[in-house]
Design a protein around this ligand. Structure first.
Ligand SMILES: [Zn+2]
Length: 207
């Protein structure tokens, strides 16, 4: 796609570098920016710079946060004994929206997927083990990874690294169909699936 302006071309190239944005969509978005007031475009651009400068991973659970520790980890009202293990912040948002879960989280940053070159060391699995073995007082992990082969592989890996540590492992009840990403599950189904979680051993036999 050739454009009359190198500035449009550059902006389209940047926009199209985002996931799910093709060049046609990128061009439409860029042209809508051209039509906006400069101050509005400035605010738009600044919001992304701010994002990069101020967002951190929580030191404990790896949730995205404006502070060193996220608001969930610092909330004394939440149950520190129960940790829900998820892939990323989208899962935390989905589960939080159900208002059924009052424990804390651990974000792995993905799931084990040899096909995509993602092994255990690419994920926050060692950090999870460290948390469990620390004096945080964790007694239960709820494995809330996607119902996919990669999710199951990751669950199995976690069960192996924590074997014999006396930690209760459960998986969310799978009202959510196989291959369905957590973030797309409706709130009621997802909320119930956390309350109706099943011991990990049992769910292994069913999948
Ligand atoms: Zn946190």
């Amino acid at each position: 796609m050739q454009h009359s302006s190198k500035y449009i071309e550059a902006a389209v190239e940047q926009m199209a570098s985002l996931p799910g944005i093709g060049r046609k969509t990128a061009l439409r978005l860029v042209l809508s920016l051209v039509k906006r007031d400069e101050s509005k475009v400035q605010r738009f651009a600044n919001s992304f710079i701010d994002l990069k400068q101020h967002i951190h991973f929580c030191h404990t659970c790896y949730n995205l946060s404006d502070q060193e520790l996220c608001s969930i980890c610092t909330d004394e009202g939440r149950d520190a004994a129960v940790i829900c293990v998820v892939e990323d912040i989208r899962d935390v948002m989905a589960i939080e929206s159900t208002q059924q879960y009052k424990g804390r989280y651990h974000e792995l940053g993905g799931r084990i997927s040899p096909m995509d070159g993602i092994g255990p060391s690419e994920l926050k699995l060692d950090a999870l083990k460290e948390r469990v073995l620390s004096d945080e007082g964790i007694t239960e992990l709820i494995l809330a990874l996607s119902a996919t082969m990669e999710g199951d592989t990751t669950n199995f890996y976690i069960s192996r690294i924590l074997e014999g540590r006396g930690i209760k492992l459960s998986t969310i009840a799978r009202g959510v169909g196989v291959g369905t990403e957590l973030e797309y599950a409706d709130e009621i189904t997802l909320g119930r699936s956390i309350l109706d979680r099943t011991p990990f051993e049992v769910s292994l036999g069913r999948s």
